[in-house]
Design a binder for this molecule. Structure first.
Ligand SMILES: [Zn+2]
Length: 194
């Protein structure tokens, strides 16, 4: 078997940059990677995988609601790389687990652990349950120098508290979500309530 990896981090932790670097390294060694992303993430165009640092490339597979990975595409593939894995359905994560075991292809998933309410995304929950290796991709709080663990949602310059009933998935421009430590998150949402 090969391993299923979950590399999680807050927004702005260069997860996609990390993914693109891994893809580059495999290709340098004449190996084949397959890049997968959920269709839900259309910030940069439906099939682009793009880091905030500006690097980008086309995803090989875009999975929409109800899709499964076509396993005939796995022949000759040395590694599966999954961007924005938090948005995948739990049964797709189950399929990735199966691929790592039965096809002996390592699967490296990048994604957010929790939404701005500090609740697990369904895809992240399933990855935390199933992955062989769970690694944090670290970044610094937007307001202090501690490690960020949450994603603070900002709308029109105001922090959105976790009991806000707006849509959970609201993919937008960069300034809408900020990586924060627990202390700064609490301070910002209490100020938003007052
Ligand atoms: Zn902080």
């Amino acid at each position: 078997m090969a391993k299923l990896y979950f590399r999680y981090g807050a927004v702005g932790s260069a997860k996609t940059l990390n993914l693109l670097a891994v893809a580059h390294n495999y290709r340098q060694q004449q190996k084949r990677v397959l890049i997968i992303k959920p269709g839900l993430d259309t910030r940069f165009g439906a099939s682009q995988v793009r880091s905030r640092a500006g690097l980008e490339q086309e995803a090989d597979v875009v999975l929409h609601a109800g899709d499964q990975i076509d396993e005939s595409r796995l022949a000759g593939v040395d590694c599966l790389l999954v961007d924005e894995a938090q948005f995948l359905e739990a049964r797709v994560i189950d399929q990735l687990r199966h691929v790592a075991i039965e096809f002996r292809i390592p699967v490296i998933c990048y994604g957010l652990r929790t939404d701005y309410r500090r609740r697990l995304f369904p895809g992240s929950q399933r990855l935390l349950e199933l992955a062989d290796s769970i690694e944090e991709v670290k970044t610094t709080c937007a307001f202090c120098n501690k490690k960020a663990i949450y994603n603070l949602k900002m709308v029109a310059g105001r922090a959105v508290p976790p009991d806000d009933l707006g849509p959970v998935v609201d993919l937008g421009c960069e300034e809408k979500y900020l990586p924060t430590c627990a202390g700064c998150y609490a301070a910002k949402i209490s100020r938003a309530d007052g």
